[in-house]
Design a protein around this ligand. Structure first.
Ligand code: KIV
Length: 273
């Protein structure tokens, strides 16, 4: 287990997220979608695990996050929760499960919390979904906001390019971030926005900001594990740092296995009963 965290045994809670910001301790968050990976990520000392709707892309092979369903998110999240002892588990409410109206949003949030064991939900958007966020929080469910590039709105944006470069969009993002804090969100993801804007937002909020492609001024960072571990080699945005090349490691191992099976070397005498 990494020893970088000040207290690497104690369960991470939403309250602790805010204490970490107050102490100036950065928050490390990574995605996971299954039991085995969640156990590894948790064991490494990650503060939080996001069961992102990026599962739609990296697990199910869809081009966008739109097709993933609430049932699928519940299944991914259930597996992750079983593998986690310490990290805070946050799960995404998928597209179509909360935008309709706030009652539907609450029903979706209650279902995913009850059936998966997640400890918080993440929703994309600002003022448009204020009522839904308020209703979910009033039921005792912690909410993480998500502003900037919100992939569930890709058909509105038409591009995955950096958001809020223009003054009007940046001003709305600042307003939305303040609103998320006011209604009781415990944190907010800032995705793919200029670093200066993310720093300004982070400094103006008492809740932590978790950046992805939003620079070093955020209170924490989140990445998709397939991207940072080099499993998803076709995705190389500027913000991504690759910590391993697992596609290569796996490919080499599989090649050796195939050779050993074909040559009759595997299994040997010690590997049989
Ligand atoms: O779905 C996801 O993985 C996310 C992160 C990219 C923040 O929302």
């Amino acid at each position: 287990m990494s020893t970088n965290t000040t207290d690497n045994q104690r369960k991470v809670t939403t309250r602790r997220f805010i204490e970490m910001k107050q102490r100036g301790e950065k928050i490390a968050m990574l995605t996971a979608y299954d039991y085995t990976m969640a156990s590894i990520v948790d064991g490494a000392g990650m503060d939080a695990i996001l069961v992102g709707d990026s599962a739609s892309n990296v697990m199910a092979g869809n081009a966008t996050t739109l097709p993933i369903t609430l049932d699928e998110m519940i299944n991914y999240t259930k597996s992750v929760v079983k593998g986690v002892k310490r990290a805070l588990v946050v799960t995404d409410l998928p597209f179509g499960s909360y935008q309709g109206n706030s009652k539907e949003a609450l029903a979706s949030a209650i279902r995913i919390m009850k059936e998966s064991g997640a400890e918080a939900v993440k929703l994309e958007g600002g003022s448009e979904i204020r009522e839904s966020i308020e209703r979910i929080i009033s039921a005792g469910i912690p909410v993480m906001g998500h502003l900037g590039l919100t992939p569930q709105s890709i058909n509105k944006f038409g591009t995955y390019a950096v958001r809020a470069k223009e003054e009007a969009e940046a001003a709305k993002l600042i307003e939305d971030a303040k609103m998320l804090e006011e209604v009781g969100c415990f944190a907010v993801v800032l995705e793919k926005i200029p670093a200066a804007l993310a720093t300004k937002v982070s400094q103006s909020l008492s809740i932590p900001t978790i950046g992805i492609g939003a620079g070093n001024g955020c209170d924490g960072q989140v990445l998709v594990y397939q991207d940072m571990l080099g499993l998803n080699t076709g995705f190389s945005p500027k913000f991504l740092r690759r910590y391993a090349n697992l596609a290569q490691v796996i490919n080499d191992a599989l090649g050796r296995y195939i050779d050993d099976v074909k040559s009759g070397d595997f299994p040997n005498k010690d590997e049989q009963y």
